[in-house]
Write a protein that binds this ligand. Structure first.
Ligand SMILES: [Zn+2]
Length: 529
């Protein structure tokens, strides 16, 4: 029996019908005539759905309502995750509390039980609607999430989640029969986060049939938007949304439309929602945004306005940059004054450097000799490096033990940020801080990767001519992409997003810190606190 039939039989109210009867946005019922593209998305309750979306496409509302509907209709729990608790607080007030209070039915469902359970319910972040609960949570605190069992999990703003916490989100479904998954968000860079999830889905695009020439098409900025642009006045005029074939005006909700899958092989439903279909589209503003020149503004335009991933030029290490650093030597290369950087994953990723060049790249299976062959301890004993910088997490205890075995040489590195360092100091080249008397170095993830990659950009760190034998190293350097994004407080912030495994990228970052520590050893007080 289909799920839809089952809910009819049991007397449950189907989701889309429930939304139409009970939900409102800013005091008004949801409008589906002009938001025709949302109808199928509301009617689709496939177990796993991803939505790649521009800002203001209606995707978040679609998910909030499903969470509330589930708790209202079933004795089940919904877990709704957003990047931080502060974003959750604002969203719940505006987009959850208000519609609930505006509906006699929903207010009754939450209010009556609210009295019975007084303290437990109606806290920001926890809603009881009838028989079930909705937990709204920030994802930054893993503990807050792991205590909640859920039947449906929503991951909203996927690209802004703390990446290490992402694997835990859907584990909350372990004890549920339903196990529904919803992932949504605005993309950032290609091959990362929601963009990657959408690539793995059945990739549904929204197509319209032109009312003039009958041409079916998926609207996009290049082909369907025309305008005049005065470059002196920076002014847009005669802006139009047109059919790509006959060039006549199109109004998306007045056309025949269809969601069409671009990848029939996937069992995950994926929707690409963007502003060109929205009745709220402000074409003048959209075109104005496309004319902006700052990297972060263009990033915003592609991500927020078009719902597309975007990789700004010069944002990562390329094959050309690596080639430009190649000099006439091969690795492994002997060298008396070496330093080592180690990133800790399932195995240990090790990069060894002299003052000006990479001299070895390898993976070690274990920390210590007693754990088995090919250990880091063995390698360090043979190499005798002067400084060793190792990822402090997640194996802090083993890293500490290593520090005791090689006293004065091992430093555990934390990507803790460097709030106390002044901008002036950063400009002077201080991008890390050694803690006095402790085998610990603190740095900022973005700042240190900026510095490390600068050495390659300026050809201040050489690569061997056999670097092509170390493909994994090269790949893992190239996956880190620098993007500038708006944080929850509206500030612009640079951040490296990763398009895949990046252990060697971080090992290279650590070895660059180690190398700098070695060259600055004459003035240690500058870097210690
Ligand atoms: Zn046409």
């Amino acid at each position: 029996m289909s799920y839809q039939n089952l809910i009819k039989l049991k007397g449950y109210k189907p989701y889309f019908q429930w939304v139409n009867q009970h939900w409102s946005s800013r005091g008004k019922s949801l409008e589906f005539y002009k938001h025709k593209y949302l109808v199928e998305i509301y009617k689709d309750q496939h177990p796993e759905i991803v939505s790649k979306k521009s800002a203001q496409g209606g995707g978040t509302e679609r998910c909030i309502t499903e969470a509330i509907w589930l708790a209202d209709q079933f004795k089940e729990n919904a877990l709704y995750l957003m990047p931080t608790s502060s974003i959750v607080g604002d969203m719940v007030q505006e987009r959850v509390d208000e519609p609930i209070n505006n509906s006699k039915y929903l207010a009754g469902r939450s209010g009556r039980l609210g009295k019975i359970l007084s303290k437990q319910t109606d806290k920001v972040g926890l809603k009881r609607l009838g028989k079930g609960f909705v937990y709204f949570r920030g994802s930054q605190n893993a503990n807050q999430i792991t205590s909640v069992p859920a039947d449906i999990v929503f991951v909203d703003e996927r690209d802004r989640m703390i990446e290490e916490n992402v694997p835990y989100f859907f584990k909350r479904l372990l004890h549920s029969n339903r196990k529904w998954k919803r992932t949504l968000g605005t993309p950032t860079i290609p091959g990362f986060g929601i963009d990657l999830e959408y690539e793995k889905s059945d990739q549904r695009e929204y197509h319209i049939k032109c009312n003039h020439c009958n041409e079916w098409q998926h609207l996009n900025f290049e082909e369907n938007v025309v305008y005049d642009w005065d470059d002196n006045l920076k002014k847009v005029s005669n802006e139009k949304l047109i059919c790509k074939k006959c060039k006549k005006l199109v109004v998306p909700w007045e056309c025949h439309t269809e969601w069409i899958s671009q990848n029939k092989n996937s069992d995950v439903h994926g929707y690409f929602i963007h502003q060109l279909y929205s009745p709220f589209l402000d074409l003048k503003e959209l075109i104005g945004n496309s004319k902006k020149t700052a990297i972060w503004e263009l990033q915003q335009f592609f991500n927020q306005d078009l719902g597309l991933a975007y990789e700004p030029a010069g944002a990562k290490i390329t094959e050309e940059i690596i080639k430009s650093c190649i000099r006439d030597y091969t690795i492994p290369h002997p060298c008396p004054d070496s330093v080592v950087g180690i990133d800790v994953g399932k195995v240990l990723h090790v990069v060894t450097k002299s003052k000006d060049r990479i001299v070895d790249i390898r993976k070690c299976e274990h920390f210590f000799k007693e754990d088995g062959p090919n250990s880091l301890e063995e390698y360090l004993e043979a190499r005798q490096p002067k400084k060793i910088v190792i990822d402090a997490l997640p194996e802090t205890r083993s890293a500490m033990k290593l520090a005791k075995k090689f006293p004065g040489r091992v430093f555990l590195c934390y990507y803790s940020g460097l709030k106390e360092v002044k901008e002036k100091e950063i400009k002077q080249g201080k991008w890390y801080k050694v803690i006095k008397g402790e085998p610990v170095v603190h740095t900022d993830r973005t700042l240190s990767l900026d510095s490390a990659f600068n050495f390659l950009n300026k050809q201040n760190c050489f690569m061997p001519k056999n670097i092509d034998d170390y493909l994994e190293f090269k790949t893992q350097l190239k996956v880190l992409v620098r993007v500038i994004l708006e944080d929850s407080k509206g500030n612009m912030k640079a951040e490296y997003k990763s398009q895949g495994e990046d252990h060697f990228g971080h090992a290279y970052n650590y070895v660059t810190i180690a190398s700098d520590m070695l060259t600055r050893v004459v003035v240690p007080e500058i870097f210690t606190i």
